[in-house]
Every structure is written in C-alpha cells, then in structure tokens.
Design a binder for this molecule. Structure first.
Ligand SMILES: NC(=O)c1ccc[n+]([C@@H]2O[C@H](COP(=O)([O-])OP(=O)(O)OC[C@H]3O[C@@H](n4cnc5c(N)ncnc54)[C@H](OP(=O)(O)O)[C@@H]3O)[C@@H](O)[C@H]2O)c1
Ligand SMILES: [Zn+2]
Ligand SMILES: [Zn+2]
Length: 371
C-alpha cells in the first residue's frame, strides 16, 4: 500500500494520509465495470478499516453506475458502487470503541451525516439535512471528489456508521441486509405491519424477497404481486401466503380494496394506480423502488377510500442495527447467488431481466485474482 498526501483535500482540512485500494468502477454511463485503483483515507481516530469480504449488488448500483438518476443524483465518474458490505476489521483508529481488529462489521448506504440536525439527533440519519454522506457518489468530506463503495478490497468508515454483525449467520446472505433488508424492514415497522393485516409486496427481487421475509416474521398475511408467474413457487417458499400475477387483470380486479398495506419495490416505471386500487379504506401504498421518471397517479384512487401514497428510504443506523439483531435472532438472511467480481456486468444484465434469485453477492476474494 502506498502512503501519499491527498492533493485534492480542501485547503482548510488537515492533509489526510491515503492508500491505494483495488476496486471495480464504471468509467462512464455506458462503460462496463472494470478493474480500477482508488484512493482511500488511512483510518482517522474514529475510523475502522474493513477488508471487504462480501458486497451485495443492489439495483441502485446499476441505476447509479448508468446515471439513471440524472435528475436527482447525477453520477460522478469513476463510480465505484456497492453499499451492502460485510467485512473484517483490519485496522482501528486510536479512539475506536465499538470494534477491535478481527471483528466482523457491515456498512450499508450511509458512511456519515452532519450529526447536528434534528434527524441526526433522533437517529434517522437517512433524512439528515446536512445532507447525509452516502456510501458512494456523495461528496467525500475528507479527500474531496466522491465516496467510493464496496466493490473494493477495503472501506474506511467512522465507527458510528459501521454495524455489528452476527457470526452465526451466513456472511454472504448478511450483506444484503444493510440495504435490501433495512429498506423493507423500516417501512414495515413504521406503518406497524403485523398480525391481522393483509400486506402486498410488489416485485420479487432483492428488496421484495426481504420484504416477504420481514412481513411474514411480523405476523402479516403476505401476498406477493409479481409480473413473473415463474417466481410463484419461490414466493411461497419465501413466506408468501398468496401470489398474484399482476398482469392477470381478473386476479387484480378480484383483489381490489382488500389490502391494508402495500410495499412497492419495482425498479422501473409501472402503473401505481393498479396497486392503489388494491388498498382498503385508509390503506397505504409505500414506494421504495426508485425509477427516475415521474409516475402518474389518478387522484381518484386516493380520494375514494382516503388512501395514502408514501415513500421510504433505507433506515437510520440505530434501526439498521435493530434489524440486523432481529435477523440474527430469527435466522433471517437474503437468498443469494454468490459471484466473482469478474461477473458483475453479467449480473447487471440479468438484474435488468428480473433474473436473480434473489440477490447477487460478490465474493470479494475474487478481486485478488490476476487481472
Ligand atoms: N428506497 C430505498 O431506500 C431503496 C433502497 C434500495 C433500492 N431501492 C430501489 O428499489 C428498486 C428495487 O431494487 P432491487 O435491488 O430489489 O431490484 P431487483 O432485484 O432488480 O428487483 C426489482 C423487481 O421489480 C420487478 N420489476 C422490474 N421491472 C419491472 C417492470 N418494468 N414492471 C413491473 N415490475 C418490474 C421485478 O419483480 P417481478 O419479477 O416479481 O415482477 C424485479 O425483480 C430499485 O429501483 C432500487 O434502486 C430503493
Ligand atoms: Zn441498495
Ligand atoms: Zn444531520
């Protein structure tokens, strides 16, 4: 590892020592991900450095690498995605209290926040007014440029944003919990999903399959709404009580007005009205999927039945730890297909076809293979 002085740190900042790390990066919206070398800060007093063991592939990685969120979060290249990180602590700063070298740790979508606003005080850092520092493609406060994610041999993060992970759970299956897991756990908890409720999960991909597992664990009657009839058996195996193929108009009409809560995880433009009309009076459709284009809503679908349309984004650090502890207690992990990093572009292509069971996770040891 080379130790260099940062050249792009702000003039007022204390120069930060850095080291080089191997990574996979997109050089532009249209380039495939390829091997690259990035610079990371050497751990500061409150930082931990992780050797990344596994990193999940979230559909957000694909949106960001291909600049599909241009209107909200344009991508700065090179872009190193990855925010479902599980690793081993290999170095700690002198003031670190939560971790020791050799511990397991996870890093999700957040690596810092302002620590000062109302959201930070209440532990909902995802809503930080600062704003929060996301794990990749966010301004890097230490080195300038943008943050780089977990498709890399290492990450360095303030210990407050590193999560404790159970060594009883499969590590590859644990990585997706810190994005796909918390993104579904948080809204299901917020809207008090549980016993006596009929809950719909729209889209059976990375987020959707975790939504099924959590909604089931919370005691709800779970219905998967999928465009892929071939996923029906898996949906039941994952915990669904019922499966509706959403392209079947009769089945959708029959289910109208019957749901208390629906979680929509779909990654592409789709008809929200079809799902709003499935809600009972005062029911809520919460969107976590993130297509860039505006999605038209017929207001009558809200007026009749006083229905609500809401959104939710990941979860705060405290709730993410709560979710990880819940998973450890209940033996919940993601269903994963582990791949070497050299197959990441193939995995992106399959993700776009809905061909994933149900999360790709990169075994980061593959990064050390000869290029
Ligand atoms: N809000 C947040 O905090 C947050 C966090 C993470 C990810 N996200 C976003 O959530 C979305 C899902 O992420 P993911 O990683 O779960 O993706 P994923 O694994 O690709 O799953 C998405 C699923 O949506 C369904 N789908 C895809 N295209 C569709 C279409 N055109 N019409 C209807 N259904 C379609 C498919 O399920 P079926 O085959 O079952 O229909 C697909 O498996 C992405 O947009 C991602 O950026 C948001
Ligand atoms: Zn994600
Ligand atoms: Zn804040």
């Amino acid at each position: 590892m080379s130790q260099t002085q940062s050249s792009s740190a702000p003039a007022t900042a204390v120069p930060t020592r850095t080291f080089d790390a191997r990574a996979f990066a997109a050089a532009s919206a249209s380039s495939p991900l390829a091997a690259a070398t990035i610079r990371r800060r050497a751990p500061l007093a409150r930082d931990v450095k992780l050797e990344v063991l596994y990193c999940g592939i979230c559909h957000s990685d694909l949106h960001q690498a291909r600049d599909e969120w241009k209107s909200v979060m344009p991508t700065v290249y090179p872009c190193v995605p990855g925010h479902e990180i599980v690793g081993r602590v290999v170095e700690v700063g002198r003031d670190v209290k939560k971790f020791e070298v050799g511990d397991l740790a996870a890093v999700g979508c957040l690596v810092d926040s302002c620590r000062n606003c109302g959201a930070c005080h209440e532990g909902t850092e995802q809503f930080c007014q600062g704003p929060a520092t996301f794990t990749y493609n966010a301004p890097d406060k230490h080195l300038g440029g943008v943050t780089y994610g977990g498709y890399s041999e290492s990450v360095v993060v303030d210990e407050d944003f590193a999560l404790t992970v159970s060594d009883e759970l499969d590590l590859a299956g644990t990585a997706p919990l810190v994005c796909a897991g918390i993104t579904t756990y948080s809204p299901l908890r917020h809207w008090n999903v549980g016993k006596g409720q009929k809950v719909g999960i729209v889209g059976l991909g990375g987020l959707g399959h975790m939504g099924v597992k959590f909604a089931k664990a919370f005691g709800a009657r779970v219905v998967v709404l999928t465009t892929s009839a071939k996923k029906s058996q898996d949906a039941v195996r994952l915990g669904a009580d019922e499966v509706i193929v959403s392209t079947n108009a009769d089945a959708m009409t029959k289910a109208a007005g019957s749901f208390d809560f629906i979680l929509d995880t779909v990654s592409a433009s789709h008809d929200l009205n079809a799902y709003l009309s499935l809600l009972k009076r005062d029911g809520t459709l919460t969107i976590v999927g993130a297509p860039d284009a505006p999605q038209p809503v017929s207001v009558f679908n809200l007026l009749f039945g006083r229905r609500r349309l809401a959104g939710s984004i990941i979860g705060g650090i405290r709730e993410t730890q709560e979710m990880l502890d819940f998973c450890a207690e209940h033996g919940i992990t993601a269903d994963v297909e582990v791949i070497p990093i050299q197959k990441v572009n193939e995995a992106y292509a399959r993700l776009l076809k809905g061909d994933v069971k149900y999360r790709f996770v990169i075994d980061m040891a593959s990064l050390k293979a000869p290029r």
